[in-house]
Design a binder for this molecule. Sequence first.
Ligand SMILES: [Zn+2]
Length: 508
Amino acid sequence: MYSVIATAAVHGIAGMIVKVETDVTNGMPEFEMVGILSSEVKEARARIRAAIHNTGFLLPPKKVTVNLGPADVRKSGTGFDLPIALSVLAAYGLLESEACAGTLFTGEIGLSGRLRPVRGILPMVLTARDHGYTHVVIPKENEAEACMVKGMNIHPAKTLWEVISWLKGERTLEPGPINIEETGSPQEEPVDFSRINGQRVLRRACEVAASGMHNLLMVGPPGAGKTMVARALPGILPKLTEEERMELARIYSVSGRFEERRSNLYARPFRSPHYSVTATALVGGGRVAQPGEISLAHKGILFLDELTEYQRPVLEQLRQPLEERKVRLARVSGTYCYPADCMLVGAMNPCGCGYYPDKNKCACTPGDIRRHLRKVSRPLLDRMDMSVEVPRVKMSELTGSGENESSQAIRSRVEKAVELQERRYGQENFRYNSRIPADKIDTYCPMEPGARKQIARAYEQLNLSARAYHRLIRVARTIADLSESDLISESHMREALLYRTMDEAVWR
Ligand SMILES: [Zn+2]
């Protein structure tokens, strides 16, 4: 007998329909699986045999052949267990094949027949919907994730037996009440800007960076509050759009971290990997390709504290993704692509001891300082749109009135600037000033003659690279937007130049 069951595989953050075909004939008893399978799929054989047995079925010894198609794509993951088990049962005539039509199945099975959660449920269910399936059977633990997809009948099950009874019409499988926004433990609340004293220039730089999603580097001594400011940044970022939210949920789904995202669906991610992070954990990779921190920070902030402490080769891995805003991983099984469109925020000390240029405290020689700064490569530095010197807060500022502007007040200006950008780039495939392609800068960044003269002078004096030159104009565009001006004026350009002093001062 022959049977076919529908399931799905995940490639990058996209789903793909896979058909499980099983043929059972009299002959030498064996269980063969074909269709370019990874080792964990091949291991399914043992799990499925035991699970079927422990669910109460006796399979007479026959020749069983299972094929997973399309044949030209490598299948990995453990989600094929459930569809293979059902397909085998149907091919043995123990289950009605027709009952499975129009339904997509996925789930790992334990030896006892219990279903275990799998990664990538969200892209799988979206693919099922796109291909006209109306029902999906998934492990119970994945139900919240699956229920994000509207217009689908989601059937969560705890065991293989429950799925079989449901197919026989003996029971229902309905999701429990799910309130996606109010479950789980929410991500740490961002620090409020009202708690940050002094740092007038840095506060303004944060507002500009958040408005245009510009990369930001903070350089200053320990205790200047760089980390605290970075932790305040998420609180002034513009709201996520529905599309951005869904894309993020997909990334967290394929990395098996949906629960982490679930309680923060409306917040932009804030990722701060420690400096001991490996290249694989930072940009993605592994034997079975997985998204890295830069993808988990998609549409949010990737914060690298103590930038000079990271392994330089690890940091260099960021260059390509920062430019392309996606990560491409080549594997034997194909090339995987993960979105990586984040705002990079870095913090570092100006020298080894951290107190340069305070001559009373810093004993570093010019050579020491140069060696310290060179830990960050020039090309990576070029990808920082803005760099700001963060001085130690003066005693008088620490004990000031404490009446600082709140994050909410800053965010209302940020959102106004974002609205302006949305209107301007309505027909484009980018949303923020930092994303204007080089060939469209002239179109979208008209300048007053004074501003033009100023940037021409800076280009010569600061010996800017073409990349840095374009970044400077994009930042000036955001500053002009914050003052609701269509033209970039001389003062907007002057302010943009203020945020590039670091590379002139210390990297030359
Ligand atoms: Zn020093």
